[in-house]
Design a protein around this ligand. Structure first.
Ligand SMILES: Nc1ncnc2c1ncn2[C@@H]1O[C@H](COP(=O)(O)OP(=O)(O)OP(=O)(O)O)[C@@H](O)[C@H]1O
Ligand SMILES: [Mg+2]
Ligand SMILES: [Zn+2]
Length: 467
């Protein structure tokens, strides 16, 4: 069964509010409270606090880190089990170039949904709102925003604004008063720092956790010791208020985790799969209506798989299919230069035509009148710009008589454009798209076919304007 992580992002644009302390210790508490729950932690910061706290052995060269994860290496190959049973990904100083890759806001969500990681993922972010932080915010089932004072509270409006802009539900966002000095007391109803911060937060419409984290000299001392280590609160500051506050926050997180049946990663992945399935259905429907034969030579296409070099589609989409490259070049060479196959100049002219049509979209717009039928032939770039226009004579087209030059063209137009009782459908035309003979069907894939549809529309518009 596919597994998805429940993601918690710790974010604040303000530095030094306790993000990393919260992320690392939360991981340890969650793991301690629920041993069988996988907890994975990583940071977009370059402080290496996570590495120092969790590594069981010193980093070896080329050890995979967050950079590798963001470059697309599967999570199971970058997550390592560290101290206290917490899974972690090593930090990296090289995340600047990643920003290029992360143009979209959902890239990390997609990575996490395909990562195979289960349980809880905690992401510690940098004190900014760059594209990586944004990705971490959008991926989160819960966002904890530590605030320690008014400036940090001011700053959170950017996170809320970001969610507003993207139309994402803000219910995942919650403020957490941190580094609260309980010695500071005020007169009046806002007795202390946390009450004041909470009141202002609520007044601005921000959700705030019931818990807070006290400022504690003991906790502060945990990363300053002769061993050069960073000690967890759980093991080294059990006697403090902060310990019970972390217990409370962890319980709250676990309640949220237990109550969530579909995580963000799961919902996003399901949506992606549905989109893919829909694309596939549309693609199969496009394959359905294709002609079985090359309408120029009449050969069954399945028998000569190799030379399907053009896709044609009529203006009304009634007839669509692949054509042999040879057949198209021969047909257009004869029609454009008035040459027969056995004329000495035919091969050279054909090579010229073949080269041109392989790089452009050809439009064939017949104008059938008694005796003096013509063919309006045009070439467009793939961007829809007209490069060439030629009026080709089609003598006695309506009479159906063959002249050795226009025969292929007559057959093709009649097969593709013939309507009720054989006459060519009024005002109809068709266009030819070069395709890769190795994989002609690729033109019917969503993205390529969008281009075909757009060009067909553009061509129809230019025809309407001119005639
Ligand atoms: N509850 C606490 N009591 C006392 N000191 C704390 C507490 N929590 C964190 N600190 C100290 O505050 C400082 C900043 O904490 P931390 O590194 O977690 O913040 P940060 O938001 O991750 O900072 P940055 O934005 O630079 O990444 C550290 O020195 C840390 O030891
Ligand atoms: Mg930090
Ligand atoms: Zn053919």
């Amino acid at each position: 069964m596919h597994t998805y992580p429940y993601t918690i992002t710790i974010s604040s644009e303000k530095g030094g509010v306790g993000k990393t302390t919260l992320a690392t210790n939360l991981a340890i508490y969650l793991k301690a409270m629920r041993e069988d729950l996988p907890v994975t932690l990583f940071s977009f910061d370059n402080h290496f606090t996570i590495d120092k706290m969790f590594e069981l052995q010193k980093r070896s060269e080329n050890a995979p880190d967050v950079h590798a994860l963001l470059m697309g290496v599967r999570a199971k190959d970058v997550v390592q089990t560290g101290q206290y049973g917490v899974g972690f990904i090593r930090s990296s100083t090289e995340l600047a170039d990643i920003h290029e890759r992360f143009k979209g806001p959902m890239t990390l969500t997609k990575m996490l949904s395909e990562s195979g990681i289960s349980g809880i993922v905690i992401i510690d972010t940098r004190p900014d709102l760059n594209i990586l932080t944004q990705n971490a915010l959008y991926a989160a089932d819960r966002v904890l925003i530590p605030v320690k004072d008014l400036p940090s509270l001011e700053n959170c409006k950017n996170i809320f604004a970001l969610f507003d802009q993207s139309g994402i539900d803000k219910k995942s966002l919650a403020l957490l008063p941190c580094l609260i000095d309980s010695r500071i007391k005020f007169e009046g109803i806002f007795r202390d720092q946390k009450t004041l911060l909470r009141a202002i937060a609520v007044n601005r419409g921000y959700r705030c956790l019931d818990t807070f984290i006290s400022k504690s000299p003991k906790v502060e001392s945990l990363n300053t010791n002769p061993d050069g280590k960073i000690y967890p609160i759980l093991t080294h500051a059990r006697g403090t208020e902060v310990h019970s506050q972390f217990m409370e926050i962890s319980r709250d997180i676990l309640r949220g985790f237990d109550a969530t049946t579909e995580t963000r990663a799961c919902l996003y992945h399901t949506w992606l799969l549905e989109k893919e399935a829909h694309k596939k259905k549309q693609y199969l429907a496009r394959l359905e209506g294709l002609t079985e034969r090359c309408l120029i030579c009449g050969g069954i296409l399945a028998e000569h798989q190799g030379d399907r070099s053009f896709y044609f589609e009529t203006s009304d989409r009634v007839s669509r299919g692949f054509l042999h490259g040879e057949c198209v070049s021969n047909m257009l060479c004869s029609a454009m230069y008035g040459l027969r196959d056995n004329d000495s100049t035919f091969p050279a002219a054909k090579a010229l035509v073949a080269n041109k049509i392989a790089q452009s979209v050809s439009l064939l717009l017949p104008n059938i009148t008694t005796g003096a039928s013509t063919l309006d032939y045009r070439q467009y770039t793939l961007a829809g710009e007209q490069q060439l226009r030629k009026e080709l004579e089609m003598p006695s087209f309506d009479g159906g008589s063959f002249d050795g030059i226009h025969d292929r063209l007559y057959l093709f137009l009649n097969e593709a454009l013939a309507g009720y009782e054989g006459a060519v459908r009024e005002g109809s035309w068709l266009s030819l798209y070069p395709v890769n003979p190795e994989n002609p069907e690729a033109i019917l894939h969503e993205e390529s076919y969008k281009i075909v549809r757009r060009l067909q529309k553009q061509i129809a518009e230019t025809i309407a304007v001119i005639s």
